[in-house]
Design a protein around this ligand. Structure first.
Ligand code: HEM
Length: 473
């Protein structure tokens, strides 16, 4: 192997720099993409099919808006905030979802909001927007808090826990209560295990997807997963139909998101078919469950290292009168919110906005052909050397209300942007704030195993279980 080739296996140790904790993450690739030969590309494709976090080069972290060609494709990586706005907002109609992303997600999520396009997406986005308004989402806060209270002691009862799994479990319980009032399994956890299994396999691109092998060629990496998906779809479909019948016959039904979804969309033009209902519900689970749990996982890991920040956060949440929960959780706890924002900067839970151009288009003054890959890489933008001080370090203070005004609208994008911005952003923020507050008021978590290494699937998660020691406060 030539010396100048990138070593994808090298893992720098976490460290302290200028009094700040710098958590684990890959070193950027030194060699400029324009100098890559076929072997560089093959090694890169191989490494990124295992872990797509290896996207950024030194050049891309210091300069802006890379264009590269390789393997017969043009790749455009918008990273200047003006270009990000131009690409994902002003010229959003020049984009379609990328073939790779759809190859990974569409077999499972079908025509759900995350994967549909064109008129179908426009119609559904309009129909679904009303159920995610602040009024409705705030209305779920109390339920989120009581579900969390109900599960916390069980999940954190051991001396040492795999904390990433605790977060997955907790956010599933919250989502399943808010979505279906826990009726999916009648209180059992079978669906949680199915969802867990399908989510962990879902994000892994098949090497065929990365090299544009046509979709009719079977992806062997995906075969086992389809049985799980079928089972889950059947269960969700039955629950939806049962609820619709109960609504139609005037029965009293739970006041949850499923009821809201059925009553508000059915009141519109055409009622959702059973398949459409299942597509949307499974999309909410896939998009909303793992993302929020990863935000919490990385946050508590970072706090376990920066114990000063942890003490400050504990002071803040201890000061909250929990008998009078705030109307606006994020504003009521500014330092806690800043820690969460900073955790999502360093480890954006949904790191990639992958698109393709549906026509020839000029972006950042560069003429790009139809079919060019447009790769919004939030990991890169959130750590760009020209946009952030101490870009790789955990510095929550940068997100405190006054300091935050210096952060540009298009350089911090954990929830994406433009017409396809996360529909559940408010839901996720409130949920994450409530869970963080309730965990930190009662427990203190310290790392009890190796530092986590970020592994990108659809979300960024620790490669191995994040073992944490639990101490009751
Ligand atoms: C911390 C938690 C979350 C993060 C970081 C997050 C992030 C994102 C991002 C970056 C996108 C845009 C993807 C793209 O443009 O390619 C997105 C879209 C989406 N998110 Fe979230 N999300 C979170 C939680 C949720 C929740 C709780 C729900 C629902 C209950 C949800 C539902 C969706 C849906 C349906 C879309 C597709 C929107 C569309 O294309 O119209 N997300 N999310």
């Amino acid at each position: 192997m030539g010396k100048s080739r990138h070593d994808y296996s090298f893992r720098p140790e976490p460290r302290w720099e200028e009094g700040r904790f710098v958590p684990p993450g890959p070193l950027p690739i030194e060699r400029s993409v324009s100098d890559w030969d076929r072997i560089d590309w093959i090694r890169y494709l191989f490494a990124s099919s295992k872990n797509p976090i290896f996207g950024q080069t030194v050049e891309s972290l210091e300069g802006f808006d890379d264009v590269a060609t390789g393997m017969g494709r043009t790749f455009f990586t918008p990273s200047h905030p003006d270009t990000i706005r131009e690409t994902f907002v002003a010229k959003a109609d020049a984009l379609r979802l990328s073939g790779i992303r759809n190859a990974i997600l569409k077999p499972v999520l079908r025509e759900g909001l995350l994967t549909s396009e064109g008129e179908r997406w426009k119609h559904d986005r309009r129909a679904l927007a009303p159920i995610f308004t602040p009024r409705h989402v705030n209305g779920f806060a109390q339920g989120m808090a009581s579900t969390t209270e109900g599960h916390l002691d069980r999940l954190l009862s051991k001396e040492t826990v795999a904390f990433d799994q605790v977060c997955v479990d907790l956010t599933y319980q919250v989502l399943s209560d808010v979505l279906f009032s826990g009726e999916l399994d009648g209180g059992r956890q079978a669906s949680l295990h199915d969802i867990d299994r399908f989510l962990s396999s879902m994000g892994r691109p098949d090497p065929f997807d990365l090299t544009n092998v046509p979709q009719w060629v079977p992806r062997f990496t995906r075969i086992g997963r389809m049985g799980i998906v079928k089972r889950l779809r059947t269960r969700i479909g039955q629950l939806g139909e049962n609820r619709r019948t109960r609504i139609d016959t005037g029965e009293t039904v739970p006041d949850d998101l499923l009821t809201l979804l059925l009553t508000s969309t059915d009141a519109g033009s055409d009622p959702l078919s059973e398949d459409q209902l299942v597509d949307q519900l499974i999309t909410f689970i896939a998009a909303g469950h793992e993302t929020t749990s990863r935000a919490l996982t990385w946050l508590f890991y970072l706090l376990s290292q920066d114990t000063e920040a942890r003490a400050r956060l504990e002071d803040e949440v201890d000061g909250l009168d929990i008998t009078q929960p705030p109307q606006n959780w994020p504003d009521a706890l500014p330092f806690t919110r800043a820690c969460l924002d900073e955790a999502m900067r360093l480890y954006p839970p949904a790191p990639f906005l992958s698109r393709e151009l549906n026509r020839d288009e000029t972006l950042a003054g560069k003429a790009l052909p139809e079919g060019a890959i447009v790769f919004g890489n939030l990991w890169m933008v959130h750590r760009h050397r020209q946009l952030w001080d101490q870009p790789d370090a955990f510095v929550p203070e940068r997100f405190l209300p006054e300091a935050k005004t210096k952060i540009g609208r298009f350089q911090y994008l954990p929830f994406g942007l433009g017409p396809r911005v996360c529909i559940g952003a408010r839901f996720a923020q409130i949920e994450a704030m409530i869970l963080t507050t309730l965990i930190a008021r009662r427990y203190r978590l310290s790392l009890d195993g190796p530092h986590p290494w970020p592994l990108a699937r659809v979300t960024i998660r620790p490669e191995k279980p994040l073992m944490m020691r639990v101490e009751k406060r």
